[in-house]
Design a protein around this ligand. Structure first.
Ligand code: ADP
Ligand code: MG
Length: 389
């Protein structure tokens, strides 16, 4: 009994030291919406998820498909709860221990980024997304921890055309991002910080932020899919009772930071079709998502060299919570529709960069007669063997 416990402690410690800076990537396929089911009829699916082997098949036609490998692959039937528990909870728990971490959603507009992250589940709690589940988990863990005293606080930011706006202070100008030179901590000076103590507090705050987002975007003549939203959660923990401790005893306080990021739509805007503001927005989105891709790519090297965090506001905000000792989970959302196939392929290729295996192995499902014959022969051989016995 005793040695079993010891072993499990050792193995989880090993798990921790193994935590490299690599970004974990999951893919989630959105189910078809009702109108889409009607339009598509019973055509065979274009995108297939193979959860056991963590693979996605993109079927160009019956014989020809591309395959992409991830850390996890969630089919369209996956519940919100499962996505949270399997993919995000480890990040949240690491933040409660005082590490930093990031969970973010990347994909074409309409593929389920906001559903996955930001669904408040007001009418149906089973549809609550990662944000509400993360905060619920943090608050419940804090409540149950007899030895710790917690403070959980939030800031809510929007990044639009390389400007950082505070969604909790809509009249404020763009914020500056700075870095504490001694600790490397990223600071958004002037951002409003609100302490919360219940899920109701969170939902109120997010609703206020969301309203401000709509108003701000109307003023900017923009839609929310053209900006990144960043919810910054800070978790401070102090030992519950410091008063009875002698002065010589050291008090260990921890502070972890969790960033929950709903990225701008990754779709390519055709240069010919768009002009003016649309084109400007597209340039900025492209700049920040390209910078993000470069950082993810650099972090996936076995010996990461220079990580180009400085290339965009987005990656500058992420810097202290992305890679290194920070756990990072990227969820890639894709559409099931054939008309989105080329966007889907480019989204998957983006996520694939974090995983150093052969990219895009093309599978041709041709019938291999020789292989078939060998299999048949093997089966016959087996039958013979059992007869002999
Ligand atoms: P995005 O934020 O990527 O633009 P949304 O989250 O707004 O996409 O999703 C687009 C639509 O698809 C919404 O109506 C949303 O409710 C629906 N949807 C997305 N993902 C799912 C899912 N996993 N299950 C059910 N409906 C979903
Ligand atoms: Mg959205």
């Amino acid at each position: 009994e005793r040695s079993a416990t010891k072993r499990s402690v050792l193995s989880s410690a090993k798990e921790d030291t193994k935590a490299d800076g690599r970004v974990r990537v999951a893919v989630r396929l959105r189910p078809m919406l009702e109108a889409e089911i009607k339009a598509v009829g019973d055509a065979p699916p274009t995108i297939e998820i193979e959860p056991e082997v963590k693979r996605v098949l993109v079927k160009r036609d019956h014989w020809d498909s591309d395959s992409y490998q991830f850390d996890m692959a969630f089919p369209e039937s996956t519940s919100q709860r499962r996505v949270f528990e399997e993919f995000c909870q480890p990040v949240v728990e690491s933040c409660m221990k005082g590490y930093n971490g990031t969970v973010m959603a990347y994909g074409q507009t309409g593929t389920g980024k906001t559903h996955t992250l930001g669904n408040l589940g007001l009418t149906d709690p089973s549809q609550r997304g990662i944000v509400v589940r993360s905060l619920d988990h943090i608050l419940a863990t804090a409540e149950a921890d007899q030895e710790g005293k917690y403070e959980v606080s939030l800031s809510y930011l929007q990044l639009y055309m390389e400007t950082v706006l505070d969604l909790l202070q809509p009249d404020k100008d763009g914020l500056n991002i700075t870095e504490d030179p001694s600790t490397g901590e990223v600071l958004c000076s002037g951002a409003k910080v609100v302490v919360i103590s219940s899920t109701a507090d969170l939902i109120n705050l997010l609703s206020v932020g969301e309203n401000n987002r709509v108003v701000a975007n109307q003023k900017l003549n923009a839609t929310s899919s053209r900006s990144h939203s960043v919810l910054l959660v800070t978790i401070r923990r102090l030992p519950a009772d410091t008063s009875s401790m002698g002065l010589t005893q050291s008090v260990t306080a921890t502070r972890g930071k969790l960033l929950l990021v709903d990225l701008a739509g990754s779709e390519r805007i055709s240069k010919s079709g768009s002009e003016g503001q649309m084109l400007e927005e597209a340039k900025f989105i492209n700049l920040s998502l390209t910078a993000l891709g470069k950082c993810i790519n650099a972090l996936s090297d076995s010996t990461p060299g220079h990580i180009p965090y400085r290339d965009s506001k987005l990656t500058r905000i992420l810097k202290d919570s992305f890679g290194g000792s920070a756990k990072t989970s990227l969820i890639i959302t894709v559409s099931p529709l054939k008309t989105h196939l080329s966007e889907t392929a480019s989204t998957l290729a983006f996520g694939q960069r974090a995983i150093k295996i052969e990219n895009n192995t093309r599978i041709r499902e041709e019938v291999d007669l020789k292989l078939l014959n060998r299999r048949l022969q093997a089966e016959l051989d087996n039958i013979n063997i059992s007869y002999e016995r």
